[in-house]
Every structure is written in C-alpha cells, then in structure tokens.
Design a protein around this ligand. Structure first.
Ligand code: MTE
Ligand code: MO
Length: 442
C-alpha cells in the first residue's frame, strides 16, 4: 500500500502510481470529510471502460431522443398561434414546416420512440452517472480555465438530462407537481441539454473510443466474478485507488443495467402500440371493456365540462361562406371510413376505425379553394385543448375526417360525440373532440 494517510497527505514515494493519480492523492487544501478523499470510492469495476460502454449506448440513444423531441415540437405546428404549445419560445424556433399527413403512423412512431426510449434509457443514464461519481468530488475543482468550462458544461449536462427525464416521466403520469408549464420547460430544458451534450461528445469522444478499445467486450462477458479485477489506474480518477473486493462482475453490472432497461421497455411497449394488458406503467390502466368505444380516453366529457344534452348541437364551418350543419345533415353527406391512430404526445396510441365526413368536403362546402389553415374549436370553451389549428395538408388529406362514428357505432361522449377531428399522422392533441366550429383561412 502507498503511504497515504487518511487525511490525504502523502508521506512516502509514489509507489508506481501514474503521475496524475499521485497528484490527486497529494492534493493539499482538499475540503475536510470523506467525500473529497479519492480513496472513498471503492468499487473495483468502476473505470473508463465501463463508463464508455454506458456512454456508447447513450451516444446512440440520446440523439434519437433529441430528434424525436424536436420533431414532436414541430408536429404541434407552432407556426400557428394557439396550437396547444406555447407559441412564443423566445427565439428558440426551428424552421417550421407543414407537418405531413402520411404515413398515418408517423407521429405514433415518433412519440412511441421518444417516450419509450426516454424511459428505457433511464437505467443507463443512472448507471453512467454512478460510474463517474468520483469526478463530482474531484479536487481542485479545476486546474485551468478550460477545465472549469468543461465542468460547467457537465453541470448543465447532468442537470438538464435529469430535468428532462423527471419532467417527462411526471408528464406521462399526469403528475404536475411542478408549478410551470410542462411543454415550455421540457422544450427549454431540451436546448440546454442539446448544447451541453454536443460539447460533451466533442470533448470526450476520443477518450471513449480509446477506453472502449482498452478491453474487449467479448472477453468481459466471459469474465466471472472471481476473475474480476480493476481496470488499470487512470488519469481521470475513475478507477478506485484503494478498491474493495468485487461483489459483482462487469458483465453482471451490464446485465443488471441492461435488464432494467429491457424490463421498462417490456412494460411500456404495450402502451406505445396499443396493446394495453402489458402496459403496466400506464397511468390510465390496462383494461377498458369490450364495447366498440372502449379504448383509451384522454379527458372525459365530464372533466371537459361538456353538457350531457347536446341534441341542439350544430357544426359551423366558416369560409368564403358560413355553413351550419346538424348531425343528421352531416350523416347525410358522403361518409368516408379510415383506420387511423390516435397518438398522444405522452407516448400511448390506439388504432380505431373512424367514419365521418372528409374535412376537404367541408372545406369545399364553405367555398374555400385552397385553405391555408383551419381553426377548430370545441364545445369545451376553455383550456389548452379547446382549440387546434390544422395546416393546409391536413385540411385536404383524403383520410382526414370529422368523425361521427367509430368502429361502426356513434362516438361515445368521452370520445367526442357529436363529432371529432381525426387527422392521419397528427399528434393526438390536434384531434379535437366535441367540435363546434371550423374557421378556414384561405
Ligand atoms: N376538446 C378536446 N379535444 C381533445 C382533448 C381534450 O382534452 N379536449 N384531448 C386531446 C388529446 S391530448 C388526445 S391524445 C386525444 C385523445 O382522444 P381520446 O380521448 O378519444 O382517446 O384527444 C384530443 N382531443
Ligand atoms: Mo394527448
């Protein structure tokens, strides 16, 4: 053993420690207490190779999370003020484009990936953080201005990924314990994360590649507990200076983390694709009953304050002319049937068979040749869901419907009776229920 006293003072020669590690031990003026003493960290499997394995997985997964997240923001079509997203994001705008209407599963795939992958990566993020925790207490905090900047970017990186994961999980569980708007916060957090992530990858990619090359995964997967020894001491201070005997092999640790990730995927996938019995994490339950309208309801008619009696209901379409239609008049128009998903931003989706009037027939009826956008308002007068703006493609798409029935029966009150919007590839939130009025802009 090297002569390093408990207070961290070195009394002997360096006994073959690499120079940076020796310097680490030798450091004077360390804060008192065990945390800043590098000998506190004793796991014999912690080291650059293990960290880099987690890093490599995240290097593939996190960009997918970023891209699907930003696409989801764009799918909300924030160029139209009033679409259920805070339109004003203070210059953090992306180049808007007209969100397409096909393939119809586009948003379903995007959001299933975003939410499903986000959940599956949680164990890996936590494992990665565990693997680098000694660096949190490195002393001195920085040896140069460059290192100080690097550590500041790490604070943003760790803070923002934890913030994004936490707010994401709380949102899909409808647990709004925070006092701010989820979408705005998650969106701003994403930009902080994106900037910190790009910086981190640029700085650390060479170390990751070098560390991954230092051992072979195949060999590691064949190494049992008894043969598990620490990685060689490293200049980053990850490898324990004074390790305990191993209680788990590296392959065991990888299996635990990977297994946790797969388990989360297994109990989430059902919700994503619409097979609920396996959706054990779903905040809305697993079972809905056997009626044709028994499928997931986001908000019930009662919660939304929709009157029980809607017999006097009419639909108003405002264009070059204004038309008012009763439900019977709508049912007398040509009906179109399409099998389309509702894909919620929260990652769940369900495919049903919808029948109703094509939106483009209503557009034509109101005398509009080329609609630019259409503001749909609901009987539910207030709140984020009371209004959605559809883009020009969504208004002329042959499968875009004002649905009157689903799976061969009238819409249930909870699914939007008397009439609701169903647009292929659109986020669920744009499929306005209890539609009262469609205002077209040419
Ligand atoms: N008027 C109104 N329309 C609405 C909502 C709502 O709360 N009010 N929820 C939206 C959201 S977020 C989704 S995901 C879908 C869910 O439709 P469902 O409840 O029929 O499954 O409806 C959308 N249309
Ligand atoms: Mo939704």
């Amino acid at each position: 053993m090297t002569e390093v006293r408990d207070d961290g003072e070195t009394t002997g020669p360096d006994y073959g420690f690499p120079a940076p590690v020796f310097r680490l031990l030798e450091e004077k003026g360390r804060p008192p207490g065990p945390l800043f003493n590098p000998r506190l960290w004793k796991s014999p499997i912690r080291g650059p190779w293990l960290t880099s394995v987690f890093a490599a997985v995240l290097l593939v997964g996190l960009p997918i999370l970023i891209v699907t997240g930003l696409l989801s923001y764009l799918a909300y079509q924030p160029q139209f003020p009033g679409n259920a997203f805070p339109g004003d994001v203070h210059g953090l705008r992306l180049p808007y484009f007209t969100w397409p209407t096909n393939p119809s599963w586009l948003y379903r795939l995007n959001q299933g990936l975003h939410v499903g992958l986000g959940l599956a990566l949680i164990p890996i993020v936590l494992a990665k953080l565990w693997s680098v925790i000694p660096k949190l207490f490195a002393w001195p905090p920085a040896r140069s201005a460059a290192q100080l900047l690097e550590r500041a970017s790490l604070a943003l990186l760790v803070g923002s990924i934890l913030f994004e994961l936490a707010t994401g999980v709380l949102n899909i569980q409808y647990d709004y314990v925070f006092g701010f708007d989820f979408y705005t916060a998650h969106y701003y957090g994403a930009w902080v994360f994106l900037a910190a992530f790009v910086t981190h990858v640029a700085l650390k990619l060479p170390v990751m590649v070098r560390s991954l090359r230092s051992r072979r995964l195949r060999d590691e997967l064949r190494t049992p507990l008894a043969a598990t020894v620490p990685e060689p001491l490293d200049e980053h201070g990850l490898v324990a200076i004074d390790p305990d005997d191993p209680t788990i092999s590296r392959r065991g640790a990888l299996a635990v983390v990977g297994g946790a990730s797969l388990l989360i995927t297994a109990v989430t996938l059902g919700e994503t694709v619409g097979w609920r019995p396996s959706a054990l994490l779903s905040a809305r339950g697993q079972d809905y009953g056997d009626d044709p309208t028994d499928f997931q309801v986001n908000r019930t008619a009662r919660t939304a304050g929709i009157p029980k009696d809607v017999s006097g209901w009419t639909l108003t379409v405002v264009g070059a002319s204004t038309v008012t239609l009763t439900r019977d008049e709508l049912l007398a128009m040509p009906q179109h049937t399409a099998e389309l998903p509702i894909a919620c931003v929260e990652g769940w989706s369900t495919v049903q068979t919808w029948t109703g009037v094509r939106l483009r027939d209503l557009v034509r009826l109101a005398g509009v040749e080329r609609p630019e956008s259409g503001v749909v308002t609901s009987l539910e007068k207030r709140g984020a869901f009371a209004r959605a703006v559809l883009n020009r493609k969504q208004l002329v798409e042959p499968d875009a419907l004002l649905a009157l029935t689903v799976n061969g029966v009238d819409l249930s009150p909870d699914h939007g009776y008397p009439a609701r919007i169903i647009v292929p590839a659109a986020p669920g939130v744009h499929n306005t229920k209890w539609v009262e009025r469609i205002e077209l802009r040419a």
